[in-house]
Design a binder for this molecule. Structure first.
Ligand code: SF4
Length: 466
């Protein structure tokens, strides 16, 4: 790793940038104009967030608070756990543990820094990660393994059989840093009684592990409070997601990012509830006047992201969608598969509910909630199994009237690369044009944004979509 990179703490750099940005809400237009001139690399990303007005600031303040919590964790006597976006942070909030969601931490480096997370990604390889390990964990882990972030006290993941590169990243880092490790296990079906019991028992073991690490028991009242907040968030999300049905779609493209980053960091916390409530108000107002959420004004087509988005400086991918009049109707990351969400009507037995009656029902709720998270739910077994990736993608694309489906991942996504061609063939046969992106959502060096954009433009043109 370059010596100059070793001079700075990763969490502090991201946190201080966001803290400064969160103060811009108090600036005059003239001050913002001059400020943007002084921050050439961060200008593009910040401008997209500023365009959202108070909601953009709320999102920035939420991120800033996340780093404040992380940077103050040790002083406030809290433990820090490295977790994954396939694992709900709600339980960690209930146990006063600061969750570090590695994929978000890497994604933020890509969105906020011109150099992205490149040095940290490469450092992971220097230590033994393969170049095809998932970049979404490797970036932030590179910083933590180099001692450039806050101390991670434990590693917790839950991707057995779902993504080997994800699970291996956690196992590797915990061994390298000599920190405790817990991996939730999960069978290849969801929704049946045997499976539910299995996962509930596994969750109890996780709680025992977390109690040992923190020295404090899980409080029933605190868990209930967090789950009731998740319940409120799910209601808001269900209402918000329904607006994707409208043509034009009144939901701004960038809201999809706000939805899932918020959930990966602050599920069960009031900051995320407030963000969702504001977003819903803004979308309702657009819908009343039949206004598209696109800043380019006119909705030309609608795209369903069957996997993840692309996280590069200036929010290039989100801007590309907006500039082409493409409504982003969500993807695998933005959906939570709560039983009250309209789009789950055709996806029987693969949703979760929340029951706060007692400890057992709460643990069952949180375990099932976890089972519906990205990858755990959709990419846990055969491509065409019930409630799996193909069925889910087709159902969502039909529900929201997609004109095309776009796949993007990382070179590490072996579970999807192994089936993406037959997947695309089946989706095409069902009448949806599919584009497979070959870049890396978190590492622009694999395929530059310019090349990615050229291929996306070519797809729209060749398939007669625009
Ligand atoms: S499935 Fe892909 S994006 Fe998800 S954790 Fe695995 S390698 Fe990363």
């Amino acid at each position: 790793m370059r010596p100059e990179i070793k001079e700075y703490n990763y969490d502090w750099m991201l946190g201080s940038l966001l803290k400064t940005a969160s103060g811009i809400g108090n600036c005059s237009e003239k001050e913002i104009h001059y400020l943007l001139k002084e921050i050439p690399y961060f200008r593009g990303t910040l401008s997209v967030l500023l365009r959202e007005g108070e909601i953009g600031f709320r999102f920035i303040r939420m991120l800033s608070l996340y780093f404040e919590n992380l940077l103050n964790a040790r002083d406030s006597g809290k433990k820090v756990a490295a977790i994954t976006f396939c694992l709900s942070p709600a339980l960690f909030h209930a146990m006063n543990i600061v969750p570090v969601t590695l994929e978000v931490m890497t994604g933020l480096a890509g969105l906020l820094w011109k150099r992205g997370a490149y040095d940290y990604l490469d450092y992971g390889c220097e230590l033994g990660f393969t170049e095809t390990s998932c970049s979404s964990q490797r970036g932030a882990l590179g910083a933590y393994m180099a001692g450039l972030g806050e101390e991670i006290n434990m590693f917790v993941c839950d991707t057995p059989g779902v993504c080997d590169t994800n699970a291996n990243a956690f196992a590797f880092a915990s061994a390298y840093l000599d920190k405790p490790f817990f991996q939730l296990n999960y069978p290849h079906t969801i929704g049946d009684d045997k499976t539910k019991q299995y996962h509930l028992d596994d969750y109890r073991d996780l709680i025992t592990f977390l109690e040992e690490q923190t020295g404090y028991p899980l409080e029933e009242g605190k868990l209930r409070q967090i789950l009731m907040e998740v319940d409120k968030q799910d209601d808001l999300l269900a209402e918000l997601e329904d607006f994707h049905l409208l043509k034009p779609n009144p939901i701004p493209v960038i809201y999809n990012l706000f939805i899932y980053i918020g959930r990966f960091l602050f599920s069960g916390c009031p900051e995320y509830t407030a963000l969702l409530a504001d977003m819903l108000t803004a979308v309702e107002s657009n819908a009343k006047t039949e206004k598209s959420g696109l800043y380019s004004g006119k909705e030309n087509i609608r795209a369903y992201m069957c996997y993840i988005d692309h996280y590069t400086l200036d929010l290039n991918f989100f801007n590309w969608l907006d500039q082409h009049g493409i409504a982003h109707i969500g993807g695998i990351l933005s959906r939570n598969f709560r039983d009250n969400a309209g789009y789950t009507a055709n996806l029987e037995k693969s949703t979760y509910g929340i029951d706060t009656s007692n400890m057992t029902t709460m643990l069952s709720s949180i375990a099932e909630m976890n089972a519906t998270l990205p990858m755990v739910r959709s990419i846990r077994g055969p491509l065409d199994g019930p409630n799996m990736w193909l069925e889910e993608s087709l159902s969502l694309a039909r529900t929201y009237k997609a004109d095309c489906i776009i796949y993007n991942g990382t070179p590490g996504c072996r579970n999807t690369w192994g089936m993406v061609k037959p997947f695309a063939r089946e989706i095409e046969a069902a009448g949806f044009p599919v584009h497979i992106m070959y870049g890396d959502a978190f590492d622009d060096r694999v395929e530059t944004w310019e090349s990615t954009k050229t291929r996306l433009d070519e797809f729209l043109s060749i398939r007669g979509l625009l």
